[in-house]
Design a protein around this ligand. Structure first.
Ligand SMILES: C[S@@+](CC[C@H](N)C(=O)[O-])C[C@H]1O[C@@H](n2cnc3c(N)ncnc32)[C@H](O)[C@@H]1O
Length: 348
């Protein structure tokens, strides 16, 4: 059967909810779904990528999402696609452990990551991700209203962590230059009353930073940092990428969409190192022959792809999206080693 092309105009159209899939035409072009193939959608969300893959060919998708509400909302997709869609209600970082236990190794023809949170998560104030509408200061992706979640919430961090640890998180995960001033104000305010709501924190950050460039809320970086910390998003990214390296068969495509510079740097360095592009410190100081490993990936686009003007007009949330892609070679996966990938080291 010939490959089917993605539906014209699919980019920018809401799929199965209010979340508009980002860079969708590029994703399908890079994944090249064909009949009989199997794909990993590492971040199911509203199922926009899964749907486009399943519609592009007579293939299968195994999808991860750690958000229990996402999995519950996916019932219609399971009805529509039956056994062609399998949903795993767990963090995608678990893929690495699954391959280490002998499951999923070399089983997939493509893996796609669309990092961060969905529009449904951002637009549901009770989830506590938004600095624009009031809700509990939570931010755990695995928490859903009414069901207790384990792990540290954003409120736990701002109410109990030492000032220097809060500053460290805001600086390293949010690239917030005024991290110390914000941490100081947080610790002064919490002695009067602990934080419990998103707008309490957003308002405090606004007061500390004063005027910021138009179009960007002053609390953007603080909220990004807390969300990344609470969900261990960089740890998940590293384990997810290493898991995908093991789960893809030779010729399998790896496609990653990131939304900010720390994640993009990690993905860029992961791909370029495994494509053999950054072995050795420089051309004057090359790596020794023994330490050179055969490339486990081959790069597809040397530069990242970003959204077109038309996509940005239809979906302003695509503003900072960047896509990188590579193809798995037949060489062994590289050992687990994160140095050189630009992962910030936190004190806590
Ligand atoms: C940007 S949305 C994905 C949207 C999706 N591509 C679509 O088109 O509908 C990101 C999703 O990934 C999930 N997610 C983020 N980090 C995750 C992780 N470590 N493990 C599993 N799911 C994760 C979030 O819960 C969210 O639903």
């Amino acid at each position: 059967m010939p490959r089917r092309k993605p539906t014209a105009g699919i980019e920018g159209r809401a799929q199965g909810g209010r979340h508009i899939p980002v860079l969708l035409a590029h994703i399908i072009e890079a994944l090249q779904p064909a009949d009989g193939e199997t794909f990993l959608d590492m971040t199911y969300g509203a199922g926009g990528y899964s749907r486009a893959i399943l519609e592009a060919a007579d293939c299968r998708v195994v999808a991860f999402d750690r958000d229990p509400m996402v999995i519950a909302a996916a019932a219609h997709m399971r009805e529509e696609f039956g056994e062609r869609l399998e949903l795993l209600a767990e963090p995608f970082g678990n893929l690495l452990a699954k391959t280490q236990e002998g499951d999923f190794i070399g089983s997939f023809d493509g893996a796609v990551f669309d990092l961060g949170v969905s529009s449904m998560q951002l637009d549901t104030p009770e989830r506590g991700f938004s600095f624009q509408s009031d809700g509990p200061l939570d931010m755990r992706m695995s928490a859903s209203p009414g069901s207790p979640a384990s792990g540290t919430s954003a409120a736990d961090v701002v109410n109990t962590y030492a000032e220097e640890d809060i500053a460290d998180i805001l600086y390293k995960l949010g690239e917030e230059r005024r991290s110390r001033a914000i941490a100081k104000a947080i610790c002064a305010r919490r002695t009067e009353k602990p934080f419990s709501r998103t707008l309490e924190l957003a308002e405090l950050v606004r007061k500390v930073l004063g005027r910021t460039p138009p179009g960007k809320h002053p609390a953007t970086r603080t909220f990004q940092a807390l969300r990344m910390y609470v969900n261990d998003e960089l740890g998940q990214l590293l384990e997810g990428l290493a898991g995908a390296e093991r789960a893809l068969r030779p010729g399998g495509r790896l496609v990653v969409v990131t939304f900010h510079s720390i994640e993009d740097r990690i993905v860029k360095r992961f791909i370029s190192s495994r494509c053999g592009k950054s072995q050795g410190v420089s051309r004057h100081m090359p790596a020794s022959i023994e330490s050179i490993r055969p490339p486990s990936f081959q790069i597809i686009n040397s530069r990242s792809l970003t959204s077109s003007k038309a996509e940005l007009e239809a979906n302003p949330r695509a503003r900072s999206a960047r896509m990188r892609a590579a193809v798995r070679t037949a060489e062994d996966p590289w050992p687990l080693e994160w140095s050189g990938l630009g992962v910030p080291r936190l004190k806590t």
